[in-house]
Design a protein around this ligand. Sequence first.
Ligand SMILES: [Zn+2]
Length: 303
Amino acid sequence: MPELPEVETIKRQLEKKLRGRTIRNVLVRSRAMVKFGAGKIPNAKRGSAAQAKKFAQTLRGKKITGFGRSGKFLIIEISGGWRLVIHLRMTGQLIFIAGGNLKRPLLLSRAKRAQKELLPSKHTHVEIEFSGGGKLFYNDVRKFGHMRLANNRDFEKIMARAGHGMDALEINAAHFSNLLNLRPQKRIKDFLLDQTAIAGIGNIYADEALFAARISPLRKTGSLAPAESLILASAIKKILRTAINHGGSSLKNYVNARGAAGKFSARHKVYGKSGKPCRNCGKPLRAHRIGSRTATFCPNCQR
Ligand SMILES: [Zn+2]
């Protein structure tokens, strides 16, 4: 979390606001959250002052030329052949606020006692200011995410290391069935989460797609009949597209690039609903641990 629909939502919103804009200034508040180039930095906790400086200096004066996404990575294309590769991990937020709205507080968390706050907040790690006004804020409560600035060669390295498989929005039935056959012993839920097979799906959309396809998350991929593989491939695409149309899902920290919550969470049928009645048959949904993840499903409807 955020998964493909959330990253895609942010990408589309930022593209509208920022394509063609020039970066006036960059303020790195937590240097551990930014990286320059493809390499690992020596002290991941404290970051590197030299890298943070290069990060900010390189961006200053450059223009935003385009946007892309690979799996859950957001990619901002920058003039001069640079790319900003952003992974929001658990709690990352990218919020653009136009110059005139910088004094307007936003509700950026679904936590019970959450209050509206002004940006930058104590969770803001990078601020990017644009010529003509407006700022992009990178917030991250848990600090698992990062922003990485890369030239063409480093970008290739970063992408090769991620090893992303087919984008989940681009799934076609034949390729999907091939991928299943290549990993016959994997549990289907694990398979869906494996970014090197299909990129972009996380816990939420894996659970929702399996429910929609009436397939148990505990099944081995090799046990799926051709018809089931077809149904699952189309369920994944449908769930992801519907989620994008609703601006993604907000659990605790996800907000879109305008600082607003996604509306797809209200449409979740199984994710996070263990013990609640199945929408289809009324029997209680069950949570089952698979590796380090939990799958929630209906043992009656999903076979
Ligand atoms: Zn059911």
